[in-house]
Design a protein around this ligand. Structure first.
Ligand code: NDP
Length: 389
């Protein structure tokens, strides 16, 4: 992963550990999640009635390069435990990781062919998806890719799960532990060189603590070590692709051209590799591209909120709905964030992360369906109703 897409070594090691944990979780829990679910037999006039979870068959997984092991394992561990088989179309820039994944399940004892890597281009996905032997598809990646796969699958009446982008809010209220919020906020923004769908991207800070939080946050962003991803001490490596860096540069330039302020970073260094420095941009307004689009790089946007209503309004003023962070010690505010933030996940006083124990997925343009937990393993199942008279 470090060689193919520039993930800092320590984060690559952590990703491997995360994959192993998810596999163990499903090894331990799959039987329980897939057990027959009894229904009220008397109410439906049966001697016995229940729901049974059966596999759908062949599932095509179109996967991205940003967490090249984790995104695949997150799908494959539960899908295979449910009895499906997987076909992987991985991103074109991570072929070695794709080939490694292609042999992993066989090495672990699954029958040959249960999980196969197809080294195909995105243009060849349609043909595979329309093949009658393919029952369903899952895609993690950009909105255009998701739209294309979902529309072909829709045409074929095949189930899809989509995990697309996000522009997660990170709300900081006056009662929050500002130092901890700043520290976690930096990690949440720059993890994986800023290329994570659940990275905190929009920092929405109550006006009473705006200056104090911003100062701490900017200081910590400045302290990050940008460098060779193979070096153990590196916090931020290069972006995965040249096009990815071009996109980030363009979004920042657009914001600055319309009056935004760069508080740190903002200029690509003159060195080999697609590096972009940890950057904080303030004074963002709705007319700027950065306000509405996902920034897939280590760039944080700062927004000032006048009160809790304003914070929730700004947080929800986006087409995305993946994760949301809220920092507050006030239980009433915490309740409001849990209820009112429009996202697939809300984390209060902690970083949005995926855990095997919790469902993962989005609403709005972030996609649909859920991965992980009992919900994830059931996505690619036929939930068969059984009635025995
Ligand atoms: P893409 O969505 O293009 O790539 C993800 C996967 O989809 C790859 O396997 C890719 O194949 C495939 N793909 C792309 N287009 C199609 C298509 N029309 N039909 C079928 N499969 C397709 O992501 P990018 O690498 O281009 O990244 C662009 C943006 O996407 C990022 O800036 C970010 O906003 C978002 N993104 C979000 C991710 C997330 O975790 N939610 C992950 C990655 C990107 P191939 O590589 O061969 O093109």
């Amino acid at each position: 992963m470090t060689t193919e897409m520039g993930k800092p070594l320590r984060q690559a090691q952590a990703e491997v550990g995360k994959c192993a944990r998810a596999m163990r979780f499903y090894a331990d829990r799959a039987a329980e999640f897939l057990a027959d679910e009894p229904a009220d037999a008397a109410a439906v006039g049966a001697r016995r009635a229940y729901a049974r979870y059966q596999p759908l068959g062949v599932v095509l997984a179109v996967m991205p390069w940003n967490f090249p092991l984790w995104q695949v394992v997150r799908f494959a561990a539960p899908a295979l435990m449910a009895g499906n088989v997987g076909l992987l179309k991985h991103a074109s820039n991570v072929p070695q990781t794709a080939l490694y994944l292609g042999e992993l399940f066989e090495r672990a004892g699954f029958p040959a062919g249960c999980f196969q890597t197809l080294l195909i281009s995105s243009g060849q996905v349609e043909q595979v998806l329309r093949d009658p032997r393919v029952a369903a598809a899952t895609l993690t990646g950009s909105e255009p890719a998701g739209r294309s796969v979902a529309s072909i699958a829709g045409d074929e009446v095949k189930k899809t799960v989509l995990e697309l982008g996000g522009s997660d809010a990170f709300v900081v209220m006056p009662s929050a532990d500002l130092d901890r919020a700043a520290q976690v906020g930096v990690t949440a923004r720059v993890q994986n060189n800023g290329q994570s769908c659940i990275a905190a991207k929009r920092f929405i800070v109550h006006t009473d603590v705006f200056d104090e939080f911003s100062a701490r946050f900017v200081t910590r962003m400045k302290e990050l070590r940008m460098g060779d991803p193979a070096d153990e001490v590196t916090d931020v490596g290069p972006l995965a692709t040249e096009a990815g860096r071009d996109d980030v540069e363009e979004l920042v330039a657009d914001a600055v051209g319309r009056g935004a302020t760069v508080l740190t970073g903002g200029v690509s260094p003159d060195r080999k590799g697609w590096y972009y420095p940890p950057t904080v941009v303030g004074d963002l307004t709705p007319g700027m591209k950065m306000y509405g689009e996902e920034v897939f790089g280590p760039v944080a946007g700062l927004y000032r909120a006048s009160d809790v209503d304003d914070a929730i309004r700004i947080a929800n003023d986006t087409g995305f709905g993946l994760g949301a962070n809220a920092w507050t010690e006030d239980p009433n505010e915490a309740d409001r964030f849990v209820d009112e933030l429009a996202a697939g996940a809300v984390f209060v006083n902690g970083m949005v992360t995926s855990y095997p124990e919790l469902p993962f997925g989005g609403i709005k343009r972030s996609g649909y369906g859920r991965e992980l937990s009992a919900h994830g393993i059931r996505e690619f199942c036929n939930v068969k109703s059984v009635w025995l008279g």
